[in-house]
Design a protein around this ligand. Structure first.
Ligand SMILES: Cc1ncc(COP(=O)(O)O)c(C=O)c1O
Length: 395
């Protein structure tokens, strides 16, 4: 297949108010680190999206923005085409991001002291959102066996009590890279139905799924599940437009939708950002060929990294992801605590990774690495890591 899009060119992101590169020294406390953290990509967004934004900039008037039929149709078509789920226009609610949607769900549907289930190791803002609203975290840790993470649903059933009101599902799961199967989701959904738990399903990574796996929106499995689920999606990860802060919350149930919408209206954030709105529509309408090539490039990067680690750094193993571009590497043979590992990466290797321990229970000894970068930059980070491991071996 001839490739139309260029993911190899290294684009200098410095001085673009970019968190990953411009913010790395502030975050990790050391200069000249090779940034492999944060879940955005070092690739330009699809040219078709950039062109729509360029035309809008040229227009020059940036007044209040609305979402009209073409916007809704772009979401509806995307969900049907990519995920086989027929969503209705009236189910679509707005959010300036997926994390804000999680916060608003808690404001709408829980009281201080209510319990919210999460499945660590998991995206760390889940902890902040729940704790920050005075809600209680109920951990249902994932199981890691034979290089594979899975849900511990027996543990979940045992732990649930009447104060559990919500589950934050991460599907696909950041950072473990699992694309949950229909069977796994079915069982989880049944537990939630039985215990009257609201499912807030963060499906922001649902478009980044590799060959052999298929993302299943939990709410698409049955009307019963749909009627207790808020599904949060966004083109932000898929098309590298996270800075445009635009997400969609799909809520089939009228009562849940109205309560969510009340919080949105109270905060007065229903308007949306002109560029985010247009970029979402353009991404879903025109971005598919670009995405198909991106997925091939990411898989090649995964293969490259897997091979590099096996040949040169056998102490560290890639936990092969089924989806997401931020897989875990298993560094447990180095026998370092989370802070020791972080210190090693920063001060010995000169690379910035998300520490596995940032993701809570089960994350210690792992690190999360961002592979959505030109191969040359991925290789540079891996070579830095190799050099530091060589020094460690001779100590
Ligand atoms: C699972 C998950 N949810 C949400 C987000 C961020 O969402 P947003 O920027 O739309 O708030 C991320 C970003 O990495 C993520 O991995």
């Amino acid at each position: 297949m001839t490739r139309r899009y260029d993911f190899d060119t290294v684009i200098d992101r410095s001085n673009t108010i970019c968190k990953k590169w411009d913010g790395v020294e502030e975050k990790f406390g050391a200069p000249d680190l090779h940034a492999m953290w944060v879940a955005d990509m070092d690739f330009k967004a699809p040219p078709e999206v950039i062109e729509v934004l360029r035309q809008r900039v040229d227009h020059g008037i940036f007044g209040y923005t609305g979402r009209f039929d073409p916007y809704h149709e772009s979401v509806i078509n995307w969900m049907k085409k990519r995920h086989g789920w027929e969503v209705k226009k009236e189910w679509l609610c707005h959010s300036p991001g997926v994390v804000p949607a999680l916060s608003m769900a808690l404001l709408a549907f829980t009281q201080p002291g209510d319990k919210v289930i999460i499945q660590p190791p998991v995206y760390y803002p889940f902890f902040d959102v729940i704790g920050g609203r005075g809600r209680t975290i109920l951990e249902n840790p994932l199981i890691f066996e034979n290089g594979h993470f899975s849900m511990d649903l027996d543990d979940l059933e045992k732990k649930i009590d009447p104060s559990v009101k919500v589950i934050f599902l991460c599907s696909p799961h950041n950072p473990v890279g699992r694309v949950w199967t229909g069977e796994e989701l079915e069982r989880l959904g049944r537990i939630c139905v039985k215990n009257d738990i609201l499912i807030v399903s963060d499906e922001i990574h649902s478009d980044i799924v590799f060959k052999g796996s298929k993302h299943v929106p939990l709410a698409s499995l049955s009307e019963e599940f749909a009627s207790r689920t808020m599904t949060c999606i966004s083109p932000s990860k898929t098309f590298n437009i996270a800075g445009l802060e635009t997400a969609v919350v799909i809520i089939p149930d009228r009562r849940i939708r109205e309560n969510y919408q009340r919080v949105i209206d109270f905060l007065h954030i229903n308007g949306g950002n002109v560029f985010g709105t247009l970029a979402l529509e353009a991404s879903y309408n025109f971005g598919e060929p670009w995405l198909e090539e991106l997925l091939l490039y990411l898989e090649d990067n995964l293969n490259f990294m897997d091979d590099f680690l096996k040949r040169k750094i056998p102490e560290i193993n890639l936990v092969r992801p089924e989806g997401t571009y931020i897989p875990l590497i298993d560094c447990r043979t180095l026998s370092m605590t989370g802070p020791e590992l972080q210190n090693f990466f920063i001060n010995e290797a000169g690379i910035a990774l998300d520490g596995g321990d940032w993701f809570g229970t089960g994350g210690e000894g792992f690190a999360r690495i961002n592979i959505a970068t030109p191969r040359k930059l991925l290789e540079e980070g891996l070579v830095r890591l190799e050099k530091s491991i060589l020094k460690l071996r001779t100590k």
